[in-house]
Design a protein around this ligand. Structure first.
Ligand SMILES: [Zn+2]
Length: 336
């Protein structure tokens, strides 16, 4: 009696096995595509008060403004930050403008207005108002106990750090008016993510600045790729961040790569997505080789992995043609 059942069982076993594998593959695939969404205990964000936009702290909202009339300038204002919109031209779809609204990791939860002004020449032809609901992200809290002299900076180090902060502020004060980035964001290093973006560090009982990037652990010398097209705005060797590269992707969007052992680009270089710009190291204050990857979006410190999750379709960026790349790095810059 057992005989006829056995092949059926085997068959069923095989089926379950392959179903399991499919499920595992699906979960692996989904977690790599939506790394944050599948985090346990993270509820899906509620919608804005009128069903408009919502996002957690440190995330990025893609806002679409449909528009069929001529416009020369579309700008949003959100929490005192200016959001430049760019034209979306996709065959077969209505013309519109897109903007990336970064939610800073420390923006207080609440509903805020995104006010969009559409101009044609000097004339404002339309004003639109959206609501963006900012919800709380659960950031990790790290308690660290270190010898006092490792935590408290001496005057010389503090002075150096302040000068370096000024240098960065100046270099990133102007935004390229051209969008250089496109939808194909590249993870600069595929290593072990520590998931500590936004984590609050309490050193010897004192709260410090939250961690404003993501750390990716990788062996010393691992190649670091630019996440998208852009121009190298600044290369540094700083007390905390070590050897670092700041890439300007245009329209107020910057990426940063810190603690490098080697920098392979120089200020003003144009880089392409995936181009190797340096190598993983542990320069500056780093406990071991890793890449600190940071993103600033119109002044908001956002989770770099939020870029990889943006709901873009495959293919080149809307409205971005080859001719957009013929520009000189120093031209087309606007004051924020
Ligand atoms: Zn870091």
């Amino acid at each position: 009696m057992g005989y006829p059942i056995l092949p059926a069982l085997k068959q069923a076993g095989r089926r379950v096995g392959s179903l399991d594998r499919t499920l595992i593959m699906l979960v692996v695939l989904l977690t790599s595509v939506f790394p944050v969404e599948l985090f346990p205990n993270t509820p899906s964000p509620p919608k804005g008060i009128d069903g408009q936009y919502s996002a957690r702290q440190g995330q990025v909202v893609l806002v679409k403004v449909p528009l069929d009339e001529e416009a020369t300038d579309v700008k949003g204002s959100f929490l005192d930050r200016t959001i430049p919109f760019f034209r979306e031209l996709r065959p077969g779809e209505p013309v519109g403008y897109l903007g990336l609204v970064g939610i800073d990791m420390q923006d207080a939860p609440g509903t805020y207005e995104l006010a969009v002004t559409i101009k044609n020449g000097e004339q404002a032809i339309k004003r639109l108002s959206y609501h963006v609901l900012v919800t709380k992200e659960k950031f990790a809290v790290e308690h660290l106990k270190l010898p006092k002299d490792k935590v408290d900076l001496d005057d010389k180090t503090l002075a150096r750090w302040k000068l370096e902060q000024d240098q960065v502020r100046k270099a990133l004060a102007d935004n390229s008016a051209l969008r250089l980035w496109h939808s194909g964001f590249v993870e600069p290093v595929s290593g072990k993510r520590t998931g500590i973006f936004g984590s609050v560090r309490i050193m010897n009982g004192q709260p410090r600045n939250p961690h404003n990037g993501e750390d990716i652990g990788a062996p010393l010398g691992t190649e670091v790729a630019a996440t998208n097209d852009g121009v190298v705005r600044l290369t540094v060797d700083h007390v905390f961040s070590g050897r670092g590269v700041f890439v300007d992707h245009g329209l107020g969007f910057y990426t940063m790569y810190f603690h490098l052992s080697e920098i392979l680009v120089k200020d003003g270089d144009l880089v392409k997505a995936g181009q190797i710009i340096g190598k993983v190291g542990s320069t500056g204050r780093a406990t071991g080789p890793h890449l600190h990857w940071g993103v600033k979006l119109n002044g908001a410190r956002v989770n770099p992995y939020a870029l990889l999750d943006l709901p873009f379709k495959d293919g080149p960026a809307p409205g971005l043609s080859g001719s957009d790349f013929h520009f000189s790095p120093e031209s087309h810059r606007i004051k924020q």
